[in-house]
Design a protein around this ligand. Structure first.
Ligand code: 13P
Ligand code: SF4
Length: 303
């Protein structure tokens, strides 16, 4: 039997034995997406972590996602098969820096993008993801909003809000690399294609795009829009799901170099090992988890 098929079979058997569910982000490698119970964006995966009936969650993504799952489901064991899979953007703001900002802007609400540490979430009023950032901002009573850490997402939200948004200087090392020249070159190569991008892209890229969505939003849009060709401005792992869910559409990456190395650290071998050894487990200290949970629950209450 081929190695991946044997591993997939072993994973299936262990999953049942452990009463485990496998959650995978849209950027995971194809073989990992294929063995997952749910593949989705950060918001879908958070909702699943909070509600799924199981004893163990295998989180195929990066550390802040597994931390969020552990905060929402402290009674479950949350395992991150690749413990070195981190999100560099989540390290770009600390709880201490956020406390200083709060003192400087005492009337402002604080929104933490879910791509943050548990400590930063604990210092925030509410979380958001790329799928609900605009709704979250609009749900607040305050007219001034501190938004950490992604400046590009903050600036994107500011386009459709009357509120004063105060962005932090963080960014995604993958999405921030796209330029307007990339969009022009891709359009010249595929003149009939619609350009759809993630809101972590720079304003100059958003300006030239036809649509801006979360990763699952990109998939839904490409599958349901009446066009046949799309230029996809997000991490290339998404092309696997696009190929499965709308094989009749032609989807071209805005850049083939848009690879999040951290999202690629998980493979079937590591998933198998995590299930077999029941580690590495992600936990969040109780007091931080309780405060972070308030901010996450407040986000999840928004529909
Ligand atoms: P989504 O929530 O849109 O899946 O984005 C997560 C992420 O890390 C994007 O870089
Ligand atoms: Fe973080 Fe960017 Fe990777 Fe998403 S693509 S996990 S924001 S580094």
């Amino acid at each position: 039997m081929e190695k991946n098929a044997a591993l997939a079979e072993g994973i299936q058997a262990l999953k049942e034995e452990r009463d485990a569910v496998i959650l995978a982000h849209n950027y995971q490698i194809g073989p990992v997406q294929d063995i997952a119970d749910l593949v989705g964006d950060s918001l879908e995966l958070s909702r699943a972590a909070a509600t799924m009936d199981c004893r163990v969650i295998i989180f195929c993504g990066v550390d802040f996602m597994a931390e969020t799952a552990a905060i929402l489901s402290p009674e479950k064991k949350v395992l991150l098969p690749a413990p070195d899979a981190c999100c560099p953007m989540a390290e770009m703001v600390t709880a201490g820096e956020l406390q200083v900002l709060r003192e400087r802007y005492p009337d402002a609400a604080v929104i933490a993008y879910v791509n943050t540490t548990a400590e930063v979430k604990a210092e925030s009023d509410i979380c958001c993801t790329s799928a609900n950032a605009v709704k979250v901002v609009e749900s607040l009573d305050e007219n001034q909003v501190i938004f950490v850490p992604d400046r590009n997402l903050a600036l994107y939200v500011a386009r459709s809000s009357e509120k004063e948004i105060l962005p932090w200087e963080g960014y995604c090392i993958v999405h921030d690399r796209y330029t307007s020249a990339d969009v022009r070159a891709a359009r010249a190569q595929h003149p009939a294609a619609e350009v759809i991008v993630h809101p972590e892209c720079r304003p100059e890229v958003i300006d030239l795009a036809d649509g801006v969505f979360s990763t699952s939003g990109i998939i839904r849009h490409a599958c349901t829009a009446p066009w046949n060709e799309f230029i996809i401005g997000t991490e290339v792992g998404i092309l696997h799901r696009l190929g499965k869910e709308c094989p009749e559409k032609r989807c071209y990456p805005l850049s083939e170099k848009a690879i999040c190395v951290n999202m690629k650290r998980t493979d079937l071998q590591k998933v198998y090992r995590a299930l077999d050894r029941m580690e590495p487990r992600i936990t969040v200290p109780g007091e931080i988890a309780a405060r972070a949970r308030r901010a996450i629950d407040r986000m999840l209450a928004i529909r």
